[in-house]
Write a protein that binds this ligand. Structure first.
Ligand code: ATP
Ligand code: MG
Length: 762
């Protein structure tokens, strides 16, 4: 059931159609938000297959989230039939993990390698910092982790860094010690961190021409969405996969056809090393490239577009775009000035009710965005109270909750006996009398005998050492016959017994794995036999009850996985867990059901669209973020972020701000966001122009300069930092969704009526 190629072109505008049909040279599609870039990519893939120009197996399509990948595969399959299943449609990370698993030998990895997420990496760096005697207060593991990540995104190896590091700079000097130690520990633990996944693949392709050649022959068509958010490592990866011919070098192989789409105005991941250089210099990198511009926006109304265009127009050094729509003005962009963040949340909740009553919008049609995760709490409180169904995408990341990490650590330790970080994490979890002293004794033993922590545990348990040739670090010891292990010094008899018990537990779980038991069963056994669940159940701390619920949820994730992948291994499951992106948790627009209101950060909203969008916290210090106020380049990134936020809306866009916002127990007066000043008056309608106290003071909003009058001017706030560093630095990895549980007891109308009553009574 392959589609008719002509049908794939119908309904596209001429520029879109050209982009779908184009053949023979690299193709760059640059265009503003909502102009159909992703749609063109999807149709182009379907067209390649329908015309026979490519077989599905020859296509590699890269998207930004797993959710976007699943959507794209689904759409292409709908257009071309089941053959679409053989395409590689995935994120950079998923594609690279796939390559590394297949080529693990060439890449110098064991097939069972683990993937460490950001928290694992930081934990490992904490250990190293402690061992090297570095002051963790001055040089925090987090900062060091961030710097190492930057280096990897730039493809700088520990050895290369050692050559260029400025030893006069204390941070660089420590980094030059920590980075190689970290790399060695990852290697010993048979683990890769997130940045390694890309870097190791690049190194593999560069070091092994035969492997590179094989993938170049295989992927004749490479398509990348959201190209503006690629970093240097990803850029080089694409270049390696396309092959040398594409950039003009002589090559026996015709280069793969490369299509990239993006919008430099939507580049919002600079803090993770993304650089718009890649999109801006595409024509230099690939001199034969063809560039196609798309100018018609199909997503939003004219008013929404005018507001978004006005905000982004203030950035300097950008290519001006001429984005237009023929969908009419639509409703004005609505503004609202609330007294506080609670008032803001209340108003939004009421307005969503009104939209549902008067305009038939379902909760699933509505999204509420905020700049930083912490802002979701006030909104959640109101939605819970009003009984409106909602979900938080990204906020408290499910996979970053302690109990989930513990359970995953058990699974990882079972899967990879050399996974030191995870073994150390669970050594005394639940408490089994193996505290810091026992851990130190085991670590000391491991380093003295140059074996992994896992083998030190085996030694302490008195397990006979197996002969050489076994998997694991057994090679390091080289004995041909099973032999008595060397004694582990510094362990009490009691500790030794406990280690033995722990070792037996791990061994029995590994037997289950070897016997082919499913992930959910192994998880059950781990949580039961370890006493982890029993401890939580025995506790009367209500939080522990929640933890049990969360573990139950993990259990159903594992069961679902088992059902969907009867042949899936534990390693596959752990890989899935490591790679799920936040937006993966979005529901697939259930038809019968009204769905839920989506709460998310602007970063997470990239590429998505909703009929109605609320952008909250439009305040200087909130959005743009406090940290960006003093720095031009950061302010420019905040502006792009605002552009992304505003352009998610299809029919209705709301911009709200709170005159007073609390953070860390203090109430701060917040001036209006400077972005509001840029929006043309005639596209907006203000439902409330100023807060109660601003009204009392006679400040009426328009033209009277919010922020200058009222509580305080901008400058007086600029130095005060009220947010933690990582509020918005969380990468879209590790999934989390909180769901409001209370059922809807009253109809939206009932509640609205009650509210009106209450207001009259006042
Ligand atoms: P973003 O920059 O936000 O990622 P985009 O450029 O990728 O946006 P799409 O998501 O592909 O834009 O398209 C935006 C909306 O416009 C989608 O709902 C899409 O189906 C619709 N659309 C795109 N092109 C057309 C067209 N030619 N006719 C009708 N609808 C279209
Ligand atoms: Mg898109």
């Amino acid at each position: 059931s392959v589609a008719d190629p002509q049908a794939l072109i119908e309904g596209l505008n001429p520029a879109q159609a050209e982009a779908v049909i184009h053949a023979g040279s690299p193709l760059l599609i640059i265009a503003g938000a909502g102009s159909g870039k992703t749609r063109v990519l999807t149709h182009r893939i379907a067209h390649l297959i329908a015309t026979g120009r490519a077989r599905p197996g020859e296509i590699l399509a890269i998207t930004f989230t797993n959710k976007a990948a699943a959507e794209m595969r689904e759409r292409v399959s709908a257009l071309v039939g089941p053959a679409g299943e053989r395409m590689w449609v995935s994120t950079f990370h998923s594609a690279c993990v796939r390559i590394l698993r297949r080529e693990h030998e060439a890449a110098g990895l064991r097939s069972t390698f683990s993937i460490y997420d950001a928290a694992d990496s930081t934990r490992l760096i904490t250990l190293i910092v402690r061992e090297l005697g570095i002051d963790p207060k001055r040089f925090t593991p987090k900062v060091l982790a961030h710097r190492i990540s930057d280096l990897k995104n730039e493809l700088i190896t520990p050895a290369q860094f050692a050559e260029t590091a400025q030893t006069s700079n204390p941070l660089e000097r420590h980094l030059a010690e920590v980075y190689p130690a970290y790399a060695a520990r990852l290697a010993a633990a048979n683990a890769l961190d997130f940045d390694d996944i890309i870097m190791r693949t690049v190194q593999l392709l560069q070091a092994r021409p035969a492997v590179a050649e094989m993938y170049r022959r295989r992927f004749r068509h490479i398509l990348v969405d959201e190209y503006q958010d690629t970093n240097h490592a990803q850029y080089v990866l694409v270049r390696e996969l396309v092959g040398p011919g594409a950039s003009g070098a002589a090559s026996p192989l015709t280069p793969g056809e490369l299509t990239v789409v993006g919008d430099s105005d939507q580049s919002i991941y600079a803090f993770r090393g993304a650089t718009i250089r890649n999109i801006e210099e595409f024509e230099k990198d690939y001199p034969s490239a063809r560039t196609i511009l798309l100018e018609q926006n199909y997503r939003s109304t004219q008013n929404i577009l005018a507001a978004a265009n006005a905000v982004i127009a203030r950035n300097t050094g950008r290519r001006a775009k001429n984005l237009w729509t023929d969908s009419g003005d639509g409703a004005p962009v609505v503004g609202y000035v609330a007294d506080s963040e609670h008032d803001e949340a209340r108003w939004i909740s009421q307005e969503i009710d009104r939209l549902s009553d008067e305009h038939g919008l379902r909760p699933a049609d509505v999204a509420v965005f905020y700049r930083t995760n912490a802002q979701s709490r006030a909104l959640e409180e109101v939605f819970i109270r009003s009984g409106q169904p909602y979900k938080v995408v990204g906020g408290t990341r499910f996979y970053e909750r302690r109990e989930i990490k513990d359970a995953i650590a058990y699974l990882r330790a079972v899967d990879n006996p050399d996974d030191d970080v995870n073994l150390r994490r669970i050594l005394n979890v639940p408490k089994r009398g193996l505290g810091d002293k026992a851990e130190a004794a085991l670590a000391e033993h491991a380093s003295r005998h140059a074996i992994s922590f896992g083998l030190a545990i085996a030694d302490a348990a008195g397990a006979l050492r197996e002969g050489a040739g076994e998997a694991g670090a057994a090679g390091a010891r080289g004995a041909a016959e099973p032999s008595e292990p060397p004694a582990v010094e510094g362990l009490t008899t009691r500790a030794r017994n406990q280690v033995r018990g722990f070792h037996e537990l791990l061994t029995s779980l590994r037997h289950m794995l070897a016997a082919g038991d499913g992930v959910a069963d192994i998880l059950d056994a781990a949580l039961d036999s370890s006493g982890y669940l029993a401890e939580l159940r025995a506790s009367d701390d209500p939080q522990d009850a929640t933890r049990v619920e969360n573990l139950a949820e993990l259990h159903s994730v594992a069961t679902d996985f088992q059902g969907a992948n009867p042949d899936g291994s534990l390693a596959d499951f752990l890989e899935r867990v490591s790679l799920v992106a936040d937006s993966d948790q979005l529901p697939d627009a259930p038809e019968q059901d009204q769905g839920q209101i989506t709460l998310m950060t602007v970063h997470t909203a990239k590429g998505l669209e909703f009929p109605a969008v609320f952008v909250t916290g439009m305040e200087d210090g909130t959005f743009p973020h406090m940290r960006a106020l003093a720095e031009d380049s950061e302010l420019a990134e905040e502006r792009r972020l605002a552009y992304v936020a505003l352009t998610r809306a299809r029919e209705r866009l709301y911009l709200t701000r709170a005159a007073v916002r609390s953070a860390w127990g203090a109430a701060n007066a917040m001036p209006a966001s400077r972005f509001l000043d840029d929006i043309p008056e005639q596209t907006m309608e203000w439902k409330r122009l100023a807060s109660s106290s601003e009204l009392l003071r006679g400040s009426t909003g328009w033209g009277s300069g919010w922020g200058e009058g009222g509580f305080s001017g901008r400058s007086s706030r600029a130095g005060r930092s009220t947010r933690t560093e990582d509020d918005d630095f969380a990468p879209p990895v590790g999934a989390g969704t909180r769901t409001g549980r209370l059922g809807r007891v009253e109809s939206a109308k009932d509640r609205a009526a009650k509210r009106v009553e209450a207001r009259r009574a006042r």
